[in-house]
Design a protein around this ligand. Structure first.
Ligand SMILES: Nc1ncnc2c1ncn2[C@@H]1O[C@H](COP(=O)(O)OP(=O)(O)OP(=O)(O)O)[C@@H](O)[C@H]1O
Length: 683
């Protein structure tokens, strides 16, 4: 197949996305969707009104964390910002005295020495306060970052599965980090410091001018360029937007890049002889079609759209104060003082530079504060599913479960793309239930509703005769043990990975080893792994950081690097045994009344599978068990109830013998018969 990705003209024509409330701009590969903004000024005021409450809240939090250090740090930061103007003023005082001395032919030596000493002493004070400020900043910064990281940690640990699927942005790695909170505040304090510095510069300018009116003219002229810059230059920085690339060549390049960059594809590339050449060719082909279409950050490309005449105008506005200064010197030569003529334009440059920087600070702190605001909103946000009020009744019998006319569609799908349709069934306490059906028929989804990982869209799921939504999540979780093929291992030691099944006994090695034996993991942990139960399979790479490390070969650094964060590879079946061990650990709580297992043996060898099932069946006393399986055999033949699913519907239910009597018309019969023909000896 020769599929070429042609040029970029006919892209981005999806009419669904063209809402009248949006402005759409194409910037290089990016199609940018902007919310329309009625007025720049109004929008900014509205945003700041909201952000002020965030600032208040942050101030209180920071003050609580460092009641003495934080206010002192704010004051010292402000002082350090204003200090250059005072230093400059003290320097200019010396300069004036020297100029006056030159004019009069006589120097006031004492006054000059006093002025020089004042400047030196003040410079020393500034240095000491800056030094202290830097030290204090580290302490305050560390406390703030740790505090907010803990808040975000707690919040992320609370987000449940259905909420995270309905709001995938919650799972973003960079939703907010403690650093953002710190930078939001630091930018703000620096912004206030800059404002004070500008005010003090303007005040100082007034001392260089002859009248208040003249000082005002200078102040206005100084402000011209920064204001013009913000109003005339196109900017995306203070707009709300998202950008997507539907540029096929750019997207293809990104996919190809990920194939060669990510370790998970490495084996595939290496084991397929000519794929490397194919990938390179395809990459070059896509790049040639893309030509000079830029992939730079949209906001940077947008600023590039500025008009040349406005750019020149904005630059010339910056020189207005200089022209005014020279003109007034020529018009009033009697008031001429060379040092003042030299200082006024310099003061103007300082003010405009500070104003430019202030604009950037404000914009940055607006963005950062908006993220902080989001954290404050999110940490108090409830999960999409409400918690119930009751505890699961403790009993020495398994749970009874029922579904009445249950339909369900996943939160990230449209309502008409339902995963389950009108399911009704009853499971009696202590029954062994097996769910069968072809891929995608809704078996796992059924388990997720029985364990309330999701709430049904309509109908009712009940546990022991009560609506499942009336029970507390904590109580429901304690009474359930879930075992699936895609359970993840945590980046913690193996003993902890098993121990978390029963958090109250997470360090009880006897229970952990016993559970590992039942799950079939003890043998390989003790025989194959050097650190046995202390092994961490995939230590977090973030605990290692380096600088310019790639520039050195074969040094002692390499040995440290290579020994750090080494992954321990184990097989898929061994992983499944660890997950099963965690489920057995869970059973040691004595509270479990329901075990659900979703293909827990898909990676196990026949011996491992039969041991796992036997050990689970041994635990059957006082528990209801529901298994999802594709393998017909021991489980289906001994099940009290088989639920047979097809395309999201429960098409048959009964025991193996009952369902087999339906003959060739029955769905269960067909599945059983097909497998019997493929694996004759297994069934
Ligand atoms: N998290 C999810 N978000 C959206 N749709 C999902 C999700 N999980 C499953 N589905 C969809 O719901 C339907 C039922 O999936 P389910 O996993 O329950 O099937 P299954 O019978 O367990 O399949 P298999 O035998 O392949 O494991 C499928 O169409 C699937 O694509």
């Amino acid at each position: 197949m020769n599929r070429d990705f042609k040029d970029t003209k006919n892209i981005n024509r999806d009419p669904d996305l063209l809402d009248p409330s949006l402005e759409v701009v194409q910037l290089g590969v990016w199609r940018v969707f902007l919310t329309k903004q009625a007025s720049w000024f109004k929008a900014r005021c509205r945003r700041w009104r909201i952000l002020i409450s965030t600032v208040k809240r942050l101030t209180i939090d920071f003050y609580t964390l460092a009641p003495i250090l934080f206010p002192s740090l704010c004051l010292s930061t402000l002082f350090v910002r204003v200090a250059p103007v005072i230093l400059w003023h003290l320097f200019n005082r010396c300069l004036f005295m020297i100029e006056i001395g030159l004019t009069r032919g006589e120097f006031d030596t004492v006054a000059i020495i006093n002025a020089v000493v004042a400047r030196v002493v003040f410079a020393a004070v500034v240095a000491v306060i800056s030094y202290w400020s830097r030290k204090a900043e580290f302490i305050v910064q560390t406390r703030i970052i740790q505090h907010f990281e803990a808040i975000v940690f707690e919040w992320k640990s609370r987000v449940d599965l259905s909420t995270s699927e309905a709001h995938p942005e919650h799972d973003e790695e960079d939703v907010i980090a403690g650093h953002d909170v710190w930078y939001a505040y630091r930018d703000l304090v620096v912004g206030v410091g800059r404002t004070l510095s500008i005010i003090s510069q303007l005040f100082y300018v007034s001392t260089l001018t002859h009248t208040g009116k003249e000082a005002l003219i200078y102040a206005i002229l100084f402000l011209m360029r920064p204001l013009a810059k913000d109003l005339l230059e196109p900017s995306l920085w203070d707009r709300v937007w998202i950008a997507t690339s539907s540029e096929p060549n750019f997207n293809r390049m990104a996919s190809l890049k990920s194939i060669v960059s990510e370790p998970e594809y490495r084996q595939e590339i290496n084991s397929n002889g000519d794929i490397k050449e194919y990938l390179c060719q395809e990459y070059l082909k896509a790049r040639n079609f893309l030509r000079d279409v830029s992939a730079s950050y949209p906001a940077a490309q947008y600023s590039n759209r500025e008009r040349v005449d406005l750019a020149v105008l904005s630059e010339l506005l910056g020189d207005l104060h200089m022209f005014y200064c020279f003109a007034s010197a020529i018009l009033n030569p009697s008031k001429l003082m060379v040092s003042k003529i030299a200082m006024l334009p310099r003061a103007g440059d300082l003010v405009t530079t500070e104003l430019d920087a202030l604009w950037v600070d404000l914009r940055d702190s607006e963005t950062n504060l908006a993220s902080v605001q989001r954290v404050y909103d999110l940490v108090h946000a409830d999960n999409t599913r409400k918690d119930g009020k009751f505890d699961i009744p403790s009993s020495d019998m398994g749970m009874s479960l029922a579904m009445r006319n249950v339909s369900f569609s996943y939160p990230n799908k449209k309502p008409n793309e339902g995963a389950l349709h009108d399911i009704s069934c009853t499971i009696k306490p202590g029954q062994l239930v097996v769910i069968v059906g072809e891929n995608g028929s809704g078996k796992s989804t059924l388990l997720k509703l029985f364990t309330r990982l999701y709430d049904c869209t309509s109908g009712e799921v009940s546990v022991d005769g009560t609506d499942i939504r009336d029970y507390k999540f904590g109580s429901l979780r304690s009474a359930t043990a879930m075992l699936t093929q895609d359970h993840r291992l945590f980046p913690l030691s193996l003993s902890e990975n098993i121990g978390v099944g029963n958090p109250e006994a997470a360090s009880d090695m006897c229970l952990i080893q016993e559970s590992a034996r039942k799950g079939g993991a003890d043998e390989f942990i003790c025989d194959k792994l050097a650190e046995k139960y202390d092994t961490v399979l995939e230590p977090m790479a973030t605990n290692l950081t380096s600088h310019l490390f790639y520039t050195v070969d074969d040094t002692p650094l390499n040995r440290i690097y290579n020994n750090f964060g080494k992954k321990t590879q184990i097989s898929g079946g061994e992983r499944q045994r660890l997950v099963a061990s965690r489920a057995f650990m869970r059973l040691t709580t004595g509270k479990v009344r329901l075990i659900v297992a979703d293909e827990p043996s898909s990676n196990l060898d026949p011996k491992g599978e039969s041991e796992l099932f036997n050990n689970l069946i041994d635990e059957r006393q006082g528990k209801t068990m529901i298994f999802v399986t594709h393998r017909f055999g021991f489980l289906t033949e001994h099940a009290d109830l088989i639920l047979c699913m097809k395309k999201g519907r429960l098409v048959e239910q009964g025991t193996h013998d009952e369902l087999m009597t339906m003959g060739e018309d029955g769905e269960y019969f067909k599945l059983y018969d097909l497998q019997a023909r493929v694996f004759k000896s297994d069934i």
